[in-house]
Design a protein around this ligand. Sequence first.
Ligand code: AVJ
Ligand code: FE
Length: 448
Amino acid sequence: MLATSTQNHTVQDLFARIVEARRVTDDLFDIVRPEALYDRPIPERHRIVFYIGHLEAFDWNLLNGRVLSAAKFAPELDRLFAFGIDPVGGGFPTDEPSDWPSIGQVREYVERVRAELDERIPGAGEGSALGEFSADLLLNVAIEHRLMHAETLAYMLHRLPYERKSPPVAADGGMRRSLSYSGSAPPMIEIPAGPVTLGLMRASGAFGWDNEYEEHTADLPSFSIDRYKVANADFLEFMRDGGYDGRAFWNETDWEWKEANRISHPAFWRPVGDAWVWRGMFAEFPLPADWPVYVSHAEASAYAKWAGKCLPAETQWQRAAYGAGGELRKFPWGSATPDSTRGNFDFESWDPTSTASHPAGASPFGVEDLLGNGWEWTATLFAPFPGFEPFPFYRGYSADFFDGKHYVIKGASPRTAACMLRPSFRNWFQPQYQYVYAGFRCVSNRLD
Ligand code: AVJ
Ligand code: FE
């Protein structure tokens, strides 16, 4: 278990977690061969080099003037690397590698930022540092921001051709896989009508992002939910039944996107003759039948429609995972510290594993594999909870995405740090985005 999982509140502990998180992201950039540092593995996103500068620029822009005070030394780089991109409406960035500083300059910037911060963070006060925000809050923002990028970078590097990356020595090659499971859709579990708690109480003092507040409850009618995530073999049945060509299974926007981009299979699959291979992080292998299928919201929704089911609302997913919620159930399985028996998360693996391999992570209703092994798409548009307030020091973190164009995903993937396994954590992406480590499970009835 990494230091990334520890809940702690002293500046010393938080500083140690920053150092640990830097090791995680440094190791990721080491996977990229030098000739690939200016590649853009995902057309909608920045080139890899941007992220090397971004992680440090973010910490610097956030902490300088709030937790510590130091003179700026490269304001143009602070701005250049300040924010990532998520274009809506199909426009892709058109910059060239030559538009970016040399890798030497970027690395120098990174080293300098770290030196300036490391000289000052350990001495920063825990309470209100320089301004109105506590060092505790701002350091948690820096840590989780970096760890989220450790995940989004992993799925970005996933798309880099194998010859443009070097696997770390200990990389698993998708060893735990079975070809024998024959798909048929997971069995379903009945969830009785009852209450669910969403969100995080501001008064609790626990760290969360702006979109996690305020805590509130809802009452749900009964529904059934898949015991496991939908597996590759299940999804193959949909494909064999002409799912990608069945107009009725797709809404208009998803259909147009699929047609325009000639999408006919999950982005993690590749056809070889009349079989399929799975494109793992460092190697390809025959499609593991019992692994969760990773697909876009569009493809997940089409499968659900074909199966006569729906994607769960965020509230339904939450109730299936945590029951009524409340103080004691910190995780679907209870309050025991997350470890590898509970799910495939916290950088445990580069690729998923069987959907049925973590019975010890089951929820009070017996629903399995809820945290880890791939996020799960919901039918819920990302929107503020009642009582939402943007962080004044990062107003756009969530609010920029309350645009009716992003859906909530819940759970975690093999590359999600353990500190983000809390019930209130929410993640979001556009419905046609295929590259996230995200799959889905279905419910019997939609909540409107
Ligand atoms: C919460 C994962 C959707 O990567 O777009 C990182 C996190 N925001 N830097 C993203 C984020 C700014 C965000 N997600
Ligand atoms: Fe970022």
